[in-house]
Write a protein that binds this ligand. Structure first.
Ligand code: RIB
Ligand code: CA
Length: 321
């Protein structure tokens, strides 16, 4: 199996961190770099956290700092009640081995790295899509040079699923709806891993405790970083566990057969009360819809093999693939 060359665009963020560990330990992923973006916390915090995570789990992989705010709006307030004051569940951060900060901006790093590996790089984007939109603006040709874009974001109504910030909008898309509409309309292959599949994917308290006891330092880290995050889920959703958002995007790249998808162009609402809503026109829909019809198809994940995904994560961290 040839490795997936990946640029990880991230707003760490507890679940971002858990997804980084997943990528670091899976043998089929070659991380070329992390690019930070605002979202769960300020760009300063998400960049510091990306440097901590890269230094601890993927030594030598560069971090490039990205956008501090969306294309056309102001940055959202940090989500301390979800991800902690430091963005990583308020765990102690030993910055001794922090990754170097690449001198380029995130979007310049993306353009240069994609051009250095034409047709080979997958972008996994698990925060607001501002960096990807800026990369397209800087060099529109990269859309033809990227192997695949896998985003964690959006909500498409499967089994009644709603947004998680407003009834219409999921956090990453709402973080920069204009960027999201640009990214989802570019001529690169896009897979969208939204709340339709990430909310049904739940790591229970027992599952996380089992990783703590069986997956060495990685399992202990995942347990510690998820304590505050699990408390948020208990309080907000009466859940004895956590929704698996960002690691689901990684799982889709590694094992797309775990997901059922629907093809069709996707638009993002960029104003009004439904701002941040993601709306797909399924390719099977026979009616003309000019706002969708001249855009490329995206694959939207509507179903997931939850036990299969959880087993993949567990086996990756426990070294039992
Ligand atoms: O809606 C969940 C998404 O928003 C996840 O990527 C989480 O880390 C936050 O960025
Ligand atoms: Ca995220």
């Amino acid at each position: 199996m040839s490795k997936h060359k990946v640029i990880y665009d991230t707003d760490p963020g507890v679940d971002d961190a858990m997804a980084l560990v997943f990528q670091a330990l899976h043998p089929d992923i070659e991380l070329l770099g992390l690019t930070s973006v605002f979202g769960n916390a300020t760009i300063e915090t998400t960049t510091r956290n990306a440097r901590f995570l890269a230094g601890r789990f993927v030594a030598g992989v560069p971090v490039a700092q990205g956008a501090a705010a969306p294309l056309e709006r102001t940055a959202p307030d940090p989500l301390a009640w979800i991800h902690g004051d430091n963005g990583l569940g308020n765990i102690a951060l030993d910055m001794t081995d922090e990754a170097e900060l690449d001198p380029r901006s995130a979007h310049r790093f993306i353009v240069d790295t994609v051009r250095a590996h034409p047709g080979e790089v997958t972008l996994i984007a698990v925060g607001p899509l501002t960096n990807l939109a800026l990369a397209l603006a800087e060099d529109p040709q990269i859309a033809t040079l990227v192997k695949q874009v896998v985003i964690m974001g959006g909500a498409f109504g499967t089994d009644g699923v709603l947004g998680n910030v407003t009834p219409a909008a999921e956090a990453n898309i709402l973080g920069d709806p204009h960027a999201a509409d640009i990214v989802l309309g570019a001529a690169w292959p896009v897979a969208i891993v939204g709340l339709d599949v990430t909310q049904p994917t739940i790591m229970s308290h027992e599952y996380l405790a089992s990783l703590r006891d069986r997956a060495g330092h990685a399992g202990q880290f995942v347990w510690e970083v998820s304590r505050h995050y699990e408390a948020f889920h208990e309080q907000s959703a009466q859940l004895a566990g956590i929704y698996v958002h960002d690691s689901s995007a990684v799982a889709y790249l590694l094992a797309p057969e775990l997901y059922t998808t629907r093809s069709g162009p996707v638009r993002v609402v960029t104003e009004g009360i439904a701002i941040g809503q993601t709306i797909q026109k399924p390719s099977t829909m026979p009616v003309p819809a000019p706002e969708w019809d001249d855009r490329p198809e995206c694959k939207v994940c509507l179903g997931v093999d939850v036990p299969g995904m959880l087993a993949l994560y567990e086996n990756t961290l426990c070294g039992t693939l």
